[in-house]
Design a protein around this ligand. Structure first.
Ligand SMILES: [Zn+2]
Length: 152
């Protein structure tokens, strides 16, 4: 358990997790879920490792956090993720009733918060978290760019 970290430090942990996911051959995206200043879940992307198209960092972390607190609703929880969540993850974040969402880089191609469908602003979204973007943005973009450069 990591206690007493402030916002940017939780994002640092998400970035570290993203880096580790990248080292494992996954797209370098990392997610951390925090409740009462305590990290209750940490996850990187696992789509390739688990042969799971839903294995995005946010989904993996939401599952872990929900199990840990024994509830499918993460009402007092804040979620930190290095990249703007996609449509699937934005939906899951809404269903989980996450309190605050902090993300690093925007994702014009696959994002669903400020890009694409802007899920939290849609009439079919019944819970929207408070959203803080651009947290740790430059490091998150650096990781992703380096990853895709190596792949080409
Ligand atoms: Zn996603």
């Amino acid at each position: 358990m990591i206690r007493g970290l402030k916002g940017p430090s939780f994002m640092d942990l998400a970035l570290k997790t993203a880096e580790n996911a990248g080292k494992a051959g996954e797209v370098p995206i990392g997610c951390v879920i925090v409740r009462d200043h305590e990290v209750i879940a940490t996850a990187g992307n696992r789509t390739l490792t688990d042969y799971d198209p839903t294995g995005h960092a946010e989904i993996v972390a939401l599952r872990e956090a929900a199990k840990k607190i024994g509830s499918e609703r993460l009402v007092d929880c804040d979620l930190y993720v290095t990249l703007e969540p996609c449509t699937m993850c934005a939906g899951a974040i809404s269903f989980a009733r996450v309190r605050r969402l902090y993300y690093g880089a925007a994702d014009p191609k696959g994002g669903a918060v400020e890009s694409g469908v802007r899920f939290f602003a849609s009439p079919t979204c019944h819970h929207a978290p408070e959203v803080y973007s651009g947290v740790g943005e430059s490091e998150a973009s650096r990781l992703l760019k380096a990853f895709f450069r190596e792949r080409r």
